[in-house]
Ligand binder design. Sequence first.
Ligand code: GLA
Length: 402
Amino acid sequence: MKIYRLTIIACLLFAFLPAAAQKFENLAPTPPMGWNSWNGFGCRVDEKLIRETADALVASGMKDAGYQYVVIDDCWHGERDAQGFIQPNKEHFPSGMKALGDYIHSKGLKFGIYSDVGRLTCGGRPGSRGHEYQDALTYASWGVDYLKYDWCASEGLNAVGAYTTMRDALYAAQRPVVLSICEWGDNKPWEWAKPIGHLWRTTGDITHCWDCEENHGSWSSLGVMRILDKQRGLRVHAGPGHWNDPDMMEVGNGMKQNEDRAHFSMWAMLAAPLVAGNDVRAMSKETQAILTNKDVIAVDQDALGIQGFPAVSEDGLEMWLKPLANGDWAVCFLNRANEAKAIEFDWKAHYLKDDNFQKQLDAAAVTYKIRDLWTKKDLGTTDTVFRTSVPPHDVAMLRLTR
Ligand code: GLA
């Protein structure tokens, strides 16, 4: 009888105890897609820009192509009120964040916001340190779906602890939120962040150049090729629900069209979060076509969630491979050089393997159909030698289908 009573008490206790904190699962089975204000606008953010951007994401076809999150990066903040609750900047967001979130949701999109582990954000606005649970509650009341959480003013903080605190705060607030960890790869988040966040930055900030480094004094931002080179060795750590983030895109922000195309293709090969950072209200037709190329997006969003890798590298020309669902492969020839490169590739003469994920591209045993994902042309099969010429800073991107 005693045991019976104890069992009932234990069951009741478990039923009423709050569930152990964890990250919200199933929010990012494929890499998150969206738009973020930082690369194009820096601190110049206001509700008009965000509303117009939401409208443009719909009108341009980007929403239909998969872009979902509208993320306001740094500098939306005003002061904390007397109780410590964060307020938006009243001049730039006079209607308030709940109204803005409602507007974004009314367009079928999701609402993202930015904060920082420290007392101040990178832009010197109030960070979340000491206010994590309060901020998570506030975001939930605004309808926030995505939080980018930065690492400025983090002196003395342990990264695992700081990001776990915000994860737990979001979980306690009970509104599912994608947690985007932004500590620039400083503490090797790929080794510890899988149970904490849904994506983690692997590097410092990107900038809109092909292969430059821009010095800002205590830190530098990196061009697209430099960011790409820093992804080596990280692919084994990414997969559905937990992604390496090589930073938001610079497509449409000043590089040449072929460089933008190569940048977008490589982010897809990396299974990177596809977060546009340009002015989508005023983009060129060419930029729009790049950002909405559904075949390339399908490579990024493939259900296997395996990050691609460079299989062959020769004299500025790289051949990247990405295993896809159903035995398909994405193949991307990246020309990093300043002159065009001729390609002659005999599929049957190469046995290509992905040792990390045990996949084989064996054209001697299997005949694959080939489609060019930028020209949208079917190019026969892997039974014939593939010949093309890739312009400088450009790609030839193919899908091989069984
Ligand atoms: C850091 C981040 C950027 C951006 C800025 C905002 O540099 O890495 O992506 O969020 O802060 O100040």
